[in-house]
Design a protein around this ligand. Structure first.
Ligand code: SF4
Ligand code: SF4
Length: 128
């Protein structure tokens, strides 16, 4: 499995109306990141604070100059949905995630095990 190359496909695909925020995200933003919280409406993300209209693309996605790479402007405070992506090989294949390489396709089970190790820092502990 390759490292994430910041191709941005996942953020472009899900960043508009395909994301949800956890209660912990909402509480954190409300108390610490009012600039993020003002794009929340009825616990849903993201809404234009000027018009209250839903945003079609993620407002925090930035393309790096002269590169086909993207970065997240709120990376350390991004929603839980974003922190947990990618969660499964099936999802990555469906989304054409560029971390997938031919060897992963030949052994999906092993690829999932590799992904679980890569993502272990991002996921809540199952043992509490
Ligand atoms: S909040 Fe950041 S990680 Fe999540 S979709 Fe937007 S740019 Fe991507
Ligand atoms: S689609 Fe995959 S490779 Fe591309 S930015 Fe998202 S996680 Fe990284």
């Amino acid at each position: 499995m390759r490292d994430c190359n910041q191709c941005g496909k996942c953020c472009i695909h899900y960043g508009g109306n395909g994301l949800s925020a956890s209660d912990e995200d909402l509480n954190w933003w409300e108390n610490n990141r009012p600039d993020i919280f003002k794009l929340v409406k009825n616990k849903q993300i993201w809404f234009d604070p000027a018009t209250s209209a839903p945003m079609e693309t993620c407002p925090w996605l930035r393309k790096l100059p002269n590169q086909a790479k993207y970065t997240c402007e709120i990376y350390f405070d991004r929603p839980e949905d974003c922190r947990l992506y990618p969660s499964s090989i099936d999802e990555m294949i469906r989304d054409e995630c560029e971390m997938i390489e031919p060897a992963d396709m030949r052994n999906i089970r092993k690829a999932q095990q590799q992904l679980d190790i890569i993502m272990s820092d991002s996921r809540p502990s199952s043992t509490g």
